[in-house]
Write a protein that binds this ligand. Structure first.
Ligand SMILES: Nc1nc2c(ncn2[C@@H]2O[C@H](COP(=O)(O)OP(=O)(O)OP(=O)(O)O)[C@@H](O)[C@H]2O)c(=O)[nH]1
Length: 361
């Protein structure tokens, strides 16, 4: 983050920076929006009696309730400001996610935040890999599987960024991703020397199980590699950063050409599904309610205390009965429809979020 932020500043195109890691102590760059300003991670852990990961997840959930405000702000900042013509509109937004990848990728709030961003801006995932720790065939494969799961979960264009190339060159990774035979050779080497997990891993050569598993997985991943861009960088030294931005540009085009139409199709499908469920629920609810209303009306007639008032008192022989019921039902229907669409903040806003939090706990 610091390196790409500094790079963009040096090109005189400062980015808009968002920090989504509630647990980070210090960040060596300035954020425009910082989750830590809105949510106190330690307080969240105390109040909800959570451990570190639960604390991060709940902080993200709390922050996700502000996503509309954030996207509105970003949209405003990405256009010229007539009141402040000297201010340059932002053209890049950097979002730093928590190191605990699963807390972001597999949580409802992570999905909400990503989908909201992607529905307003071309959004790209950069998956940062610690190259020296990915040099053995098994750690490489684990990393690729993780990246693959993120790609399929987020359905957004992805760049694999092999970092720390000042310590270990990433050419081996490129070779393994493009040449199946080269990976096979490396696999055989690791198998023979009993170094499947590399320095930090484990030795399990001899059983043949690991070898054949990795072999099959590398075949499966061939298709996955074809959808990715791969760059080697050193954040420390600054090498490969230009290639990183070239990959970003390539993926931005891909987002607009391939992902955006797909995103819109999925959104329409979801809206249609939501509408159908809403109508079905509404129907069920109104059926139940009209039964109740009739029961109550029969047993307890409305008590009129002031005869002078022009009150329409329903009675057994009142011809307007059906029409009145219909009007009440329509009125209620409209109000419930509004509430279920989330237009009535009072009914669904906080209550549904409280329920959601409860479910998460
Ligand atoms: N040698 C070398 N070290 C690096 C490089 N980039 C980062 N580091 C070191 O790797 C460590 C972790 O870097 P961070 O930037 O904190 O990593 P991060 O991905 O933000 O970590 P979390 O999001 O908290 O998981 C630090 O000690 C960095 O100095 C690099 O290009 N080369």
């Amino acid at each position: 983050m610091q390196r790409i932020n500094a790079h963009l500043h040096s090109k005189n195109t400062p980015p808009y920076v968002i920090n989504l890691d509630p647990a980070v102590l210090n960040v060596p760059f300035e954020s425009n929006i910082d989750i830590r300003d809105s949510v106190n991670y330690e307080e969240v852990m105390k109040q909800y009696n959570l451990g570190p990961n639960g604390g991060i997840l709940t902080s993200l959930n709390l922050f996700a309730t502000k996503v509309d405000q954030i996207v509105n702000l970003l949209e405003k900042r990405s256009k010229p400001d007539p009141e402040n013509p000297d201010r340059k509109p932002i053209d890049r937004i950097l979002v730093d996610t928590p190191g605990q990848i699963e807390a972001f990728v597999w949580s409802a709030s992570g999905t909400i935040l990503l989908e909201s961003l992607a529905s307003s801006f071309p959004t790209i995932i950069a998956y940062i890999i610690d190259t020296p720790r990915t040099a053995s065939t098994s750690t490489f494969m684990s990393n690729m599987l993780y990246a693959c799961s993120i790609l399929y979960k987020t359905k957004l264009p992805m760049i694999l960024v092999f970092n720390k190339t000042d310590v270990k060159d990433a050419s081996f990774a490129k070779e393994w991703m493009t040449d199946f035979e080269a990976f096979q050779d490396a696999l055989r080497r690791d198998e023979n020397s009993d170094t499947f997990g590399g320095q930090e891993g484990f030795g399990s050569g001899g059983s043949g199980y690991m070898g054949s598993l990795l072999n099959s997985m590398s075949l499966v991943l061939e298709e996955f590699y074809s959808h990715l861009s791969m760059v080697g960088v050193s954040s420390r030294v600054g090498t490969g950063i230009d290639e990183f931005f070239e990959a970003v540009e390539e993926k931005r085009k891909e987002f607009l050409e391939d992902y955006l139409p797909e995103l819109e199709r999925r959104r329409e499908e979801r809206e249609e599904r939501k509408k159908k469920t809403r109508e079905q629920e509404l129907d069920k609810m109104m059926q139940g309610m009209s039964v109740d209303v009739n029961n109550v009306a029969e047993k307890r007639p409305i008590k009129v205390t002031n005869d002078d008032d022009d009150v329409d008192v329903p009675s057994d022989n009142d011809d307007d009965d059906d029409e009145d019921d219909e009007t009440t039902r329509e009125g209620l229907q409209a109000r419930y429809a509004a509430a279920m669409e989330g237009k009535d903040e009072g009914i669904l806003g906080d209550a549904s979020f409280a329920k959601y939090l409860h479910m998460q706990r």
